[in-house]
Structures are given as C-alpha cells and as structure tokens.
Design a protein around this ligand. Sequence first.
Ligand code: FAD
Length: 363
Amino acid sequence: MFDVIVVGGGPGGSVAAKKCAQGGLRTLLLERKKLPRDKVCSGMVMGPWANDIIQQEFGSIPLEILVDPYQLSGHMMHVPGTQSQRIMCKTPLAWRKDLDFWMIQMAQEDGVEIWEGAKVIGVNQKAGACTITMMQGKTPQELKSRFVIGADGGASVVRKSLFPLLKVQYSVPLRECYDGALDLEKDFFHWFFPKCRSRPRFGLNHKGDCFLIEGSGIKELRNEINQILVKYGFNTKSKAIWKDGCLIPRLHEALITGSFSPAKGNILLIGDAAGLLFPITFEGIGTALKSGILAADSVARSVKEGSEAAGIYLQELKSILQAIRSLHSWNKKLEQEATKGVAALSKALKAAYGETLKVANRG
Ligand SMILES: Cc1cc2nc3c(=O)[nH]c(=O)nc-3n(C[C@H](O)[C@H](O)[C@H](O)COP(=O)(O)OP(=O)(O)OC[C@H]3O[C@@H](n4cnc5c(N)ncnc54)[C@H](O)[C@@H]3O)c2cc1C
C-alpha cells in the first residue's frame, strides 16, 4: 500500500512525485518506458512557469543537460509576403530525454520509488482506496494506494479509466530530424505559416548537429515545406535520420465549458493527461510542472483535512484554466485577422504568441 502512485515520468510526474515524497508520503512512480526515455517535443523550457518551477524544485539546469545553442534568443514568425517577426524571449533548449531524466533522478534522490518498464492498464477507486493494474514484463500486478496522480501524457490511460465516456479528439504532431543546418538563425525557433492562416503551420529548430521539422501540419504541407526551406539550403531529396510522432488531446473547449474536470475522488490528472497544454503555442512543460505542484499540494491538504483531493485540486487549477481560456480566445481572433490580409495576420500572430509567454508570466 502506497500513499501516492504517480503514473508517468515526464516533468509533471517527476515534480508531483518529488513534492509528495518531500512531504513524507510513501510515493511510487510508474513509467511505462525504460529510462531515460525521449518525448516528442521541441524541448524549449518556455516561460516563467517552466523556468521558475524547475529552478525552485530542481535547481539550475546543468549545461550538459542543454543542447547547442543551449539558450534560444526567441521565436521568429514567417508569414509569406511579410517581413519575418521576432519575439525576443530567452529560452533554455534541451533534448527531453536528458531534461526529464535529470528531473526524475532528483525525484528518486528525494525518496520516490521508481519502477520503469511498468505500464499501467487500468485504475479504479472504491471506498477511499485506489487500485492500479499494471504490467511489468508479462506479469500483471495490482497495486493499492490512497491517491493516484495521472501524469501519463496525451493518450492517458488514467484519464480513459476515470472518464470512459469522454470523447477526445487528437492532433498528431510529427517530428523529422535531419543532419546539418539551414541558413536560418540557429538561436531562434522558427514558426512558418505557409497558407497565410494560423494553421496549418510547421516549426523548425536547430539542435546540436541537426535540425528538426515539426508539427501536426507537416504531412499536409509537404510541398510548401520543400518550397520554403529550399531557400534556406534544404536539400529536398535528403532523408530524415529519424522520425517520430505523438498524440495531443484537444480538450480546451471541454475544460473551459466545465464538461470535463480532470479529477475524481482521490485521482488527479495533470499536464497533458488533463489536456492542460497552452493553446496557440501548445507548450506544456510549464503547465505540467505547475499542475504537478498543485496536485501534490492538494494531496497534502487532503491528508491533513480529511476531504477528497479532487475538490481541492479543481479549485487550485482555476489559475491554469483561466490562462487557457484567455489564450483560447485568440484562435478566433487569428482566423478573423487572416481574412484581412497577411500584414494583419503577421501582427496578430506576434501578439498571440507573445501573449502566451505573458500569461505564464502573470502566473
Ligand atoms: C511536437 C511538439 C513540440 C512540443 N514542444 C514543446 C516545447 O518546446 N516546450 C513545451 O513547454 N512544451 C512542448 N510540447 C508539449 C510538451 O511536450 C508536453 O506538454 C509535456 O511533455 C507534458 O508533460 P507531462 O509530464 O504531462 O507528460 P509527458 O512528458 O508526455 O510524460 C508522460 C509519461 O507517461 C508515460 N506513460 C504513458 N502512458 C503510461 C502508462 N500507461 N503507464 C505508465 N507510464 C505511462 C510516458 O512514457 C511518459 O514518460 C511539445 C509537444 C509536441 C507534440
């Protein structure tokens, strides 16, 4: 019997588990993959939620965890027929494999028990006790705990167990990694909007000796990507050295209207499992960390006060939901501005992406 079982070893899971263990709770973290594991992500530690929480809970990110150019100067937006726009914003850059492994190791040092290769297949709760069914190798096991924190990412099994009737639509972002560099500033993340609309878009950034093309639109935009990037030295015949992809749940509307509340009883969802990525940029390291802290605090209060953790957590989560609501409203504005022409769109994109960083600032 554990006090808390955290499912998933991303940033949200690590910080939540670390805080629970620090609070004296017997905490187990289950991670489906062998560690260190990678995650489809640009690896930008964006905005103060991410940077401040990492600094406060884990300390300064060591240089060897970051990847060249180590710190981006900001973002650059490219809309055809307009001058490229810059948003200046210092942003540490890492491979998630390294960043997440660094964090999970620190959680372990603080007393979190970690089982890797442990895939959760179901969760339920009855009379104040949670039961987790998981597979380690070929052996199914049942584990009991008082609380469960579901930090198992976009395709969360904990969410599906808790809300079997919730209908979720997913985006499917892809990532392609190529050897070499393009003639684009390496210390900027480049966003391209080839159709002169806010979507579909694709992103490009450099990491070490390679560059990555990313986004949910890259299949649909293949011709445009080639036409645009050839100007920066891209060999359209070159093959990616590797490719991968993942699922992002589109839960903003459901979160905003309240038709989906990411907690029940003593089971709390955090980060991507709860659909808490920011609209517009779809950054989610900061919201995973922030919701992880809120979940750990809610568990601590629940132990002290004897009330269910969900009620406390959903109350605490309002600050994140407010930020999501205000950013979500930019989607309509961007569509409207696009109808006025490329200059209006470019200006609105800069404002919307800039606002994403400011919203996190206010948090
Ligand atoms: C293309 C792309 C680029 C992005 N770029 C950025 C960026 O630059 N900056 C940013 O802030 N955000 C970015 N994001 C979003 C960011 O990657 C996520 O929001 C963030 O990783 C969420 O963290 P998390 O802890 O909630 O979940 P995750 O990091 O997804 O971790 C979930 C963990 O749970 C494990 N797991 C899953 N199922 C199970 C199971 N059944 N049993 C046990 N373990 C399980 C997984 O293996 C994984 O380790 C990007 C996303 C994409 C798709």
